[in-house]
Design a protein. Sequence first.
Length: 299
Amino acid sequence: MGRMRVKIGFIGFGDMGIRIVPRLLAAGYSVTGWNRTRAKAEGLIAAGLNWAESPRAVAESSDVVFTIVTDAAAVRAVALGPDGVMAGLRPGGIFVDMSTIAPEASLDISGQFAAAGLTMLDAPLSGSPPVVEAGNASVMVGGDRAAFDRVEPVLLAIGRKALYIGERGLAVRMKVALNMCLVVEMVSFCEAVALAEKGGVEREIAVEAMLNSVVASPVMAYRGPFILDGRMPEKPLADVTLQQKDMLLALDLGRKSGVPVPLGAAANEMLNACRGLGIDHRDFVTVYEVYRRLGGMLK
């Protein structure tokens, strides 16, 4: 797929979409897009995005159509129906959904595309908005291998790695598992720092020790410092409500698969506690405040 020849469609200009599209434009791709609220697209239009009046219109003028929206209902809304991607996608076109949704929902939608003789890939993105903006995100892909090979160059314009996971539905399953691990890791980080701080270690020193130890990780490096005084971002990378959506997907997947996820369940309860304290509008590492309250460390 030559960059100048491949026409890209993009639907969904949330925190991820508004960072992905500039990367595609910078890589030389022609991009046509649509969003439920046009105002969010104005900056992208000024940068070279071609605006379309519906998801169907996006698909009609594109070889590959990407979506990244909030949930399964939103994916269905833009993908199916008379004004959806399916209605406008040409034979040989590829629909790539980058949303994090329940695997069974993704399978149902991709099954409808297959029944219509069309190809859909589930390709959830792994990375926070700043990571995506820097081009360091990774993409996991499920579905037809030949279709993956065709879109891989486009995916590598979005992030540093495109990994083929397997048949359709498996990439979104992997993303749900990965997001569960991310939350468990950061809740555990908060728990460990609280344990050290209650014993007399200054919080700043405890965080520095964690970030320079064998347990350090990329997500810990950029999110861990949020628990220091004055470091919580005003605009969260992912607030409690958004992150808990993925945890509930993981818990439901575990139940349906017969796989125990006790650490995931425990971490989710700490997110519940954030909601109870009314701090769920913050980045989800605000769970540290729960540990401070439970440990009697509030000033």
